[in-house]
Design a protein around this ligand. Structure first.
Ligand code: OGA
Ligand code: MN
Length: 204
């Protein structure tokens, strides 16, 4: 049985060796279900907004990204959300201890992609925000199938220098992590609604 730290170690190996790491079972099915309920509740309460692009993230441009987001506020976190933040903190502590990343805090939002929406190829770090160090995405989808689409596609240099595109399914409980200023990626359209918790671990 792998401990959480064993899984973190594999995640880091992935980032070092291929530019991204995947950790399945970061959340249990029950935890995924609980966070899906809190997402739905906040969505019903009108807490989601169309996501923006650019430095200030205010311009809504659905030809580039079509998701709706809701920022997590640690002060008003529900128990399930606090548990997620605590779990992420254990990853932060591990990264700081083993990789000396000097991570200071995080910014996390729920993301909901209505069917048919996408996020075109991009990098997560903006010129005006050099604090974003690591991107961490955890999916909340149940029974996601290849035919549902919605893959996260990451682009990396292959052995011969040619570009390689790797597709990852947004499976419930799966965490994907990469360096925010290095790895270009995109979200493909899905045939059904696609939900996640997406965030950035930041340096000082
Ligand atoms: C983002 C993003 C990827 C995903 O929100 O910046 O790239 O798989 N998300 O949801
Ligand atoms: Mn991104």
């Amino acid at each position: 049985m792998l401990t959480l730290e064993d899984k973190f170690e594999r995640l880091i190996d992935g980032i070092l060796e291929q530019g991204y790491g995947v950790l399945d079972g970061f959340l249990s099915p029950d935890e995924v279900a609980a966070l899906t309920r809190t997402l739905r509740q906040r969505h019903q309460d009108g807490a989601f907004r169309p996501a923006g692009i650019g430095n200030q993230q205010v311009t809504v441009e659905t030809a580039i990204r079509g998701d709706e987001i809701c920022w997590l506020d640690a002060e008003n976190a529900l128990p399930e959300e606090q548990q997620y933040l605590d779990r992420l903190q254990s990853l932060v502590d591990y990264l700081n201890r083993t990789c000396y990343l000097g991570l200071q805090d995080g910014e996390i939002h729920y993301a909901l992609y209505p069917a048919g929406t996408f996020y075109k190829r991009h990098l997560d770090r903006f010129r005006t925000d050099s604090r974003r160090r690591m991107s961490v995405i955890c999916y909340l989808n149940t029974d996601w199938q290849e035919a549902d689409g919605g893959q996260l596609v990451v682009y990396k240099a292959g052995p011969d220098g040619a570009e390689e595109a790797i597709s990852l399914l947004p499976l419930g409980g799966r965490l994907v992590c990469f360096e925010s200023d290095k790895l270009e990626h995109e979200v493909k359209p899905a045939t059904r609604e696609r939900i996640s918790l997406t965030g950035w671990l930041r340096t000082r």
